[in-house]
Design a protein around this ligand. Sequence first.
Ligand code: FMN
Length: 388
Amino acid sequence: MPVITNIEDLKRIYQRRVPRMFYDYAESGSWTEQTFRENTSDFDDIYLRQRVAVDMSGRSTATKMIGQDVSMPVALAPVGLTGMQHADGEIKAARAAEAFGVPFTLSTMSINSIEEVAEATTKPFWFQLYTMRDTDYVSRLIQRAKDAKCSALVITLDLQILGQRHKDLKNGLSAPPKLTPSTIANLMTKWRWGIGMLGAKRRNFGNIVGHVDGISDSADLGAWTAESFDPTLDWNKVAKIKEDWGGPVILKGILDAEDAKMALQVGADAIIVSNHGGRQLDGAMSSIRALPSILDAVGDQVEVHLDSGIRSGQDVLKAVAMGAKGTYIGRSFVYGLGAMGQAGVTKSLEIIHKEMDVSMALCGRRYIEELDRDILLIPENFEGRWQA
Ligand SMILES: Cc1cc2nc3c(=O)[nH]c(=O)nc-3n(C[C@H](O)[C@H](O)[C@H](O)COP(=O)(O)O)c2cc1C
């Protein structure tokens, strides 16, 4: 077993073990992938200020996200088809998150269903909602999340229409994979993945199959999902969903200060500054670059979280020191899951935690609450000055 010291190591093992179709699905951005690339590279433009001769004993990365205790300000982002990256992937990721003391967010487009994840865990997780044209189905989904005692609803606002990822079209992405000569050839080299999948609880979309009329197999499903996202979603509908849910609501996919103010008006408990990991509007700004102006606009009135591009604890430190109250990792935990299942997710959390803790100490801080922009060196024009 190789010595794993960083997220990149997990990614290399992940690439070897998981079928090409699902690796490509995770490791892609939309169109030219400019936003996907800049999500990570823009973190490098911010420097950390090294401080010395400061007592670094008794440190803690514990804090709260939407009032809930977390062992570090990092949650697992909702990731569709996680159960195709590894057998029972959602269950394994949720268990790893629970043991680590960080929130797990289950995607509407998960393989394991809400009920299956609830049964396999002992603490509440968060549920991510995609709004669909079929409002009865959405109401039932919200009720199922309530019944499963989910402790927050994450409403994703940036995917009413799908940004094109070239590789998914070329690979004919589906769950379970369609057996063509090229997928069969690739699957034959992924025996570990295949054996795991034979024993998986489920190999189709657990929140959808059996819960939507007329969807009995994955062939119907492809057509259904393409047509079913609600293109009429607006702030009034968001407010209505919040009312139906009745609990904490996190609005995901905010990249503009004006939208952040709208989120505030509908009473969001938190917003996630996110461009969906560079998978939607290619050419949009990276999340970390968009963060300062959103914090300036609403940061004192609503909890601001961030995702997209986090591959290390130093990235988390930078986002939190800038003012984010929490962050989310998508691909960083998927790499671990695909590489080594539940132990791999734990490994990615351990890596990020250690990187964050040690870097925080070397910046002369001991607690999350002590982090502020004073530990950062941010280029003067980091947010950009744009023509009106
Ligand atoms: C493979 C994959 C599937 C995703 N599926 C969903 C989803 O079902 N719902 C959602 O709100 N976001 C989804 N996202 C976006 C993530 O929640 C998150 O915003 C993104 O992964 C953050 O960027 P990162 O991967 O660079 O950390 C997905 C991301 C990836 C990589």
